[in-house]
Design a protein around this ligand. Structure first.
Ligand code: KIV
Length: 262
């Protein structure tokens, strides 16, 4: 997949599949699938590091994880997430930080919101850095938004989101994540844009779907939002495997003869 393929897919009504990935081991598994692209999301602050929000993760951590994912998936299209405030302190620093993700192996970067970002996005794109936008629930603004809620429910918010989606396209974004927005609003935005939308909790009409890898594998035991479908009972399977290992070590049945060297 190349950056140009995102719009080509939209034009030919082909859906885009995207999953998050934070490490080389998972990246190798994804590399063996037809998944279109991989997001090294700042959700790793919560999924991998156990924080309550995405705010604590910094650019060097994001770059290290991007490099690990690139080692595991040499041929996948990788999007590196720009962490909290890493693109809000002037264009120079935004370019420097986006450059760190690109030099770590990303094909593109993603950043949240439109207000105050448009000139900087154009500058990144003109500097050779493809940018994916992100509207709706923007988790880096969790404190301003007052929680992780569905966005764009009232008319004013819906109109603002539609306007910002168009602004991001005009600024040069090649695709747009829509997170936690009503399905009808996501459908309207998707129809209005030439660039593809990739939804999470945004209904079925977006041009693609993204999920956190651990969530779709059922590894996030207590995370059960309405939009999530799981394709594996990961937490239960991992628990059972670990319990079996523990039991067989205690019973003395592991290792057996076939697992021992003569
Ligand atoms: O960080 C992340 O995982 C994301 C996705 C949920 C879109 O931004």
């Amino acid at each position: 997949m190349k950056v140009q393929d995102f719009t080509l897919k939209k034009q030919s009504s082909e859906r885009i599949s995207m999953v998050t990935c934070y490490d080389a081991w998972s990246a190798k598994l994804i590399a063996g699938t037809d998944i279109d692209c991989v997001l090294v999301g700042d959700s790793l602050a919560m999924v991998v590091y156990g924080f309550d929000t995405t705010l604590p993760v910094d650019i060097d951590t994001m770059a290290a994880h991007t490099a690990a994912v690139r080692r595991g998936a040499p041929d996948k299209f990788i999007i590196g997430d720009m962490p909290f405030l890493s693109y809000r302190q002037g264009q120079g620093l935004a370019v420097e930080n986006a450059g760190k993700l690109m030099q770590a192996g990303a094909n593109a970067v993603k950043l949240e919101g439109a207000a105050g970002n448009l000139d900087m996005i154009t500058h990144l794109v003109e500097s050779g850095i493809p940018v994916m936008g992100h509207l709706g629930l923007t988790p880096q603004s969790v404190h301003r938004l007052g929680g992780m809620h569905v966005q764009g429910r009232d008319n004013g918010a819906a109109e603002q989101l539609k306007r910002q989606a168009t602004e991001l396209q005009q600024a040069g974004c090649f695709a747009l994540v829509l997170e936690l927005v009503p399905a009808a609003l996501a459908a309207t935005v998707t129809q209005a844009l030439d660039i593809p939308t990739v939804g999470i909790g945004a209904g079925a009409a977006t041009d693609g779907q993204v999920l956190v890898l651990h969530d779709l594998l059922g590894l996030s035991a207590n995370f059960k939002p309405k939009f999530l479908r799981t394709w594996m009972d990961g937490a239960v399977n991992v628990h059972d495997a670990l319990q079996s290992f523990h039991r067989e070590v205690n019973e003395g049945t592991y290792p057996g003869k076939q697992e021992s060297y003569a």
